[in-house]
Design a protein around this ligand. Structure first.
Ligand SMILES: [Fe+2]
Length: 365
């Protein structure tokens, strides 16, 4: 959608409504949203939630809910990357708890006990992704981190599914290279995992292969020429197709192994997921019904070339070596032990044991 048409649509949609806008101040500046915010504040009852979280944790959700105490909303608009979208939809799915002063500890209990499933209504949810990767605009789950206890908190309810998503390719043009790389690799890993997940289907595989083709061919181009509209558009289509695929299957070993790397060593989500993509492809080969189609989509002759391609792609942008994130050989046993995330590792078509995960991680030290 054209950016100006997008702004007019938002003004019309929220006219006279109680509206919460989830948007960081830096994104507001980068995309020149100030005039839109000024207009929205005149045409609707606007609350601007200035998000600034790159990996939102349960404290961020608790403080957002407390900041909304006593307020009611008709609609939430989230403009940003996966973290912004996840925070907005989590706030909507937990909005009943904003009526009281929910403490951080109470919220953690609500998440773990799944008390949030009792909520029956929520504001309308509109997503405007500004990265091509997370797929948050299409899934009914959200990731919240618990850095205190080094745990990933997955929340899942139909209330987390956005009602509408608006794709404005122009908003992705100014994405920094590192974010372009990590979100693009996240989308690639999600699509690959949808293809080979135990829960995959033939139609998911068609979507996943097309997503892989588009991302593999366009990610190097967009990193070399970030302001090219066509390359950015193809990345966005690849990301959406991948999200349509993995929203039906969930992810597998790559995501499962990535979580402790992000929790303990702050490695970006997309980089941590893609780190083991070639290794897990190699491991899963015997379970693939049509490995040639995967090779064709990746434009490779063997799984090792996936790892080489990712390493080459990241050169000069970010390190893909675990030692650069502070990981030591003595950490690998613990990392491998923590890699078995419920619902993700069992979704891998071939079983892995802790020693195999440790051996894979050792390749990337
Ligand atoms: Fe992901």
């Amino acid at each position: 959608m054209d950016p100006l048409r997008f702004i007019e649509t938002m003004i019309l949609k929220t006219k006279g409504q109680k509206c919460a806008l989830f948007l960081s101040e830096s994104a507001a500046k980068r995309y020149h949203f100030e005039p839109m915010i000024e207009r929205l504040s005149k045409t609707s009852q606007l609350t601007w939630i200035k998000t600034s979280y790159s990996t939102p944790d349960y404290h961020d959700l608790a403080s957002t809910l407390r900041s909304l105490k006593g307020l009611e909303f008709d609609v939430f608009i989230a403009i940003g990357g996966g973290s912004c979208l996840d925070l907005a939809k989590s706030t909507a799915a937990f909005i009943d708890f904003s009526k009281d002063d929910v403490s951080d500890e109470d919220l953690l209990k609500i998440i773990k006990d799944k008390t949030y499933l009792s909520q029956t209504t929520r504001p309308q949810l509109i997503a405007v992704p500004t990265t091509a990767g997370s797929g948050s605009e299409l899934t009914r789950w959200a990731i919240l981190w618990d850095f205190d206890h080094e745990e990933k908190l997955s929340i899942e309810t139909p209330h987390l599914a956005f009602d509408e998503a608006y794709i404005v390719v122009e908003f992705t043009l100014s994405m920094p290279l590192k974010l372009t790389l990590s979100t693009g690799l996240d989308a690639l890993t999600q699509a690959s995992e949808a293809y080979w997940a135990k829960s995959t289907t033939p139609s998911v595989q068609v979507l996943a292969l097309q997503a892989i083709r588009l991302i593999v061919r366009n990610l190097p181009r967009v990193l070399a020429d970030p302001y090219d509209y066509e390359f950015r558009k193809n990345m966005m289509i690849g990301s959406i197709l991948g999200a349509m695929a993995f929203s039906n299957t969930k992810t597998t070993a790559c995501h499962s192994i990535s979580y402790p790397l992000t929790l303990k060593f702050k490695m970006d989500h997309g980089l941590a997921c893609a780190l083991t993509l070639g290794d897990i492809l190699r491991h899963n080969l015997s379970a693939l019904s049509n490995p040639e189609s995967v090779y064709e989509a990746f434009n490779i002759n063997n799984p090792e070339q996936v790892t080489q391609w990712i390493e080459k792609l990241s050169e000069g942008i970010v390190s893909m070596r675990l030692s650069d994130y502070g990981v030591k050989e003595s950490d690998l046993e613990t990392l491998a032990h923590l890699s078995f995330t419920l619902g993700r590792m069992e979704n891998n078509p071939i079983d892995l044991n802790e020693q195999q995960v440790q051996d894979i991680l050792k390749l990337h030290l």
